[in-house]
Design a protein around this ligand. Structure first.
Ligand SMILES: Cc1cc2nc3c(=O)[nH]c(=O)nc-3n(C[C@H](O)[C@H](O)[C@H](O)COP(=O)(O)O)c2cc1C
Length: 192
């Protein structure tokens, strides 16, 4: 696939097989994240890939609990790959993905959040290119906002003053890979 084909093919996957991502593919995906554009060239974001099932499950439950469904009434995400918004019976915000990458960035830097999401998108595209499915997930700050989460960040040697900004789930799609979503019309302009 060339880059444009990969961009068109990538979808957010929320149904995963019980099959782990290889170390070789994971390294390539992490490298793609580290190559993302970043404000001021500061390369501040730090990515932590978690391949421990119990850790992923516990963090996923905390992530799911942190979602305030009341704010999203009427929203709809996907029929083929339902999210927490679509299916209230889903408890884990990580949907059973075997690998969860948490992206951390400084709390006191204006572009810390966009930096982290640029890493996330690079990772999602690299994963797609390698045949690995992915989903970018929010509510990272809330997920680690507890003593256990803060302790994990210390254990993982996340620098002081850093906050979790987003997650990238990785794994292999269970069932059919969904087709591209149709694009809403009228969202781009070329001004001459
Ligand atoms: C900033 C951002 C936050 C997102 N947060 C979540 C999330 O918390 N949970 C989730 O299941 N998907 C999340 N997504 C994925 C979107 O739901 C998904 O990109 C969107 O529905 C379009 O579908 P597609 O990625 O399959 O094209 C997020 C995407 C972005 C860009």
């Amino acid at each position: 696939m060339n880059t444009l084909e990969t961009i068109a093919k990538r979808r957010s996957i929320r149904k995963y097989l019980d099959r782990q991502v290889s170390r070789e593919d994971l390294q390539k995906i992490l490298e793609a994240g580290l190559c993302a554009p970043n404000a001021g060239g500061g390369q501040r974001s730090v990515i932590c890939a978690i391949q421990n099932r119990e850790l992923c499950a516990k963090l996923g439950r905390l992530n799911g609990k942190s979602m305030d469904r009341r704010r999203l009434t009427g929203s709809f995400v996907s029929a083929e790959q339902p999210s927490l918004i679509d299916d209230p019976s889903i408890q884990s915000g990580f949907y059973g993905a075997p690998t969860v990458c948490a992206i951390f960035a400084p709390s006191n830097f204006l572009y810390s959040v966009p930096d982290a999401f640029c890493c996330a998108e690079n990772m999602a595209l690299a994963a797609c290119e390698l045949g690995v499915s992915s989903c970018i997930v929010a509510r990272a700050e809330e997920t680690f906002e507890n003593e256990w989460g803060k302790d994990l960040m210390k254990q993982w040697e996340i620098p002081d003053g850093y906050l979790p900004r987003c997650f990238v789930l990785l794994g292999y799609v269970k069932g059919d890979y969904p087709p591209p979503k149709p694009r809403k019309a009228g969202r781009s302009r070329i001004i001459e």
